[in-house]
Write a protein that binds this ligand. Sequence first.
Ligand SMILES: C[S@@+](CC[C@H](N)C(=O)[O-])C[C@H]1O[C@@H](n2cnc3c(N)ncnc32)[C@H](O)[C@@H]1O
Length: 321
Amino acid sequence: MRGGDAREAAEEMFAPPPFYFTFLTFYYIILPMKIADGWKDYKIIATGDGMKLERWGDVVLLRPDPQVIWRSSRDLYACGDINAVYIRSSKGGGKWEYRRPVPEEWTVSYGDLSFIVKPMGFKHTGLFPEQAANWDMMRSLIEGRAAVSGKGPVKVLNLFAYTGGASVACAKSGALVTHVDAAKGMVERAGRNARLSGIESGIRYIVDDCFKFVKKEIRRGNRYDAVIMDPPSYGRGPGGEMWRMEDDIFDFVTTCMQVLCDDPLFMLINSYTTGLHPTVIKNILTLAAAGRAADCTAYELGLPTEEGICLPCGCSGIAVF
Ligand SMILES: C[S@@+](CC[C@H](N)C(=O)[O-])C[C@H]1O[C@@H](n2cnc3c(N)ncnc32)[C@H](O)[C@@H]1O
């Protein structure tokens, strides 16, 4: 996609929806927020007192959310449908407490994508449903490029790629994806998510430190049309390599710009880290792209709740070239 086309595509992507004035439309217009409201197998039933009550397919989970600093209008623990509650420990960490039988793992779908859900340590389920807003956007960019370029498949590098939500979404739209994460178990899960979604090939799975891998790819001369990253606040590579968001993100994004091809499509950063404002992400992308990008935009991600509010779930930014 050339500069002008990319700018038009980006403007269209971030344009407000048609003017029907629902509560969520209000959020969309007033705040630069992208709301993942296309789920059928997932919803947030209620929030309050540091917790969110969610339905994942047939399973209802109650788990902590640091953003929920408001009071609940009802006792969430009294909801009769709850299968499991994540109880925080005063010593740090916590554990799942089961009230009704829960399968060891089960599946939820988002359109043509399917994912394993499994209650794990650190209150995780193995999937971040708010990312669906980014999956949709990346898929339309990849499909748009494939339609006009006449080149081969779009090559995507997904870093800190976890259980592969973004890898599976991009591969489903025909991209060739390189999926990198430090945790072998998460990379294996990504493979299972891909197969569940009907993807047998098209994703290369790598267990490595992301910074090391990007530098190796640059030395080897391997280049990508798009880079996605979802780095944690703190993390470690498989060899104990330290990742600290505030110290490392700018140098990392700058280095990742070198692994892009001459005519790249996009670079997307996601961060769940509290306090990393969208403007900070936009500034990092703008400065690291050094004039190459047609458009750099950053936005909050959110999930609608049945109370008619929207739960903030971190921020993302995208440079479209
Ligand atoms: C917040 S999760 C990513 C979520 C994912 N992108 C999604 O939306 O489903 C962060 C991931 O970074 C990985 N990680 C942390 N430090 C790393 C490092 N130095 N190199 C590679 N992966 C790392 C962790 O194993 C974890 O899977």
